[in-house]
Design a protein around this ligand. Structure first.
Ligand SMILES: [Zn+2]
Length: 97
């Protein structure tokens, strides 16, 4: 698990994710404010959803999403990918169904 309490990044187009170390860029989900790529940010968001029971996402479904995120991250050098965006979209659909 990464340390989410990190310094604010400088204002540049790309930045390094403080969690996985990959170069990334903001995708419109505000993840750059937390110095994380979309995949790592989404992982944290899913964990929060499970722990506070506020969304329609359970541990088994979350585990499936984590596996998909790990695969998507492993397959790319740049964390900002269509695959991760697609997973993000599906998580939101499940969580807010
Ligand atoms: Zn990352």
């Amino acid at each position: 698990m990464c340390n989410r309490f990190t310094k604010r990044r400088t204002n540049s187009a790309t930045y390094t994710c403080e969690c996985c170390g990959k170069r990334t860029r903001e995708t419109g989900n505000d993840e750059s404010r937390r110095d994380m790529c979309l995949a790592c940010d989404l992982e944290g968001e899913i964990q929060n959803m499970i722990s506070d029971y506020s969304h329609k996402i359970g541990p088994e479904q979350a585990a499936q999403f984590f596996a998909e995120l790990n695969t998507a991250q492993a397959n790319t050098a740049d964390a900002d990918t269509a695959a991760i965006k697609a997973i993000h979209q599906r998580v939101m659909e499940v969580a807010y169904a």
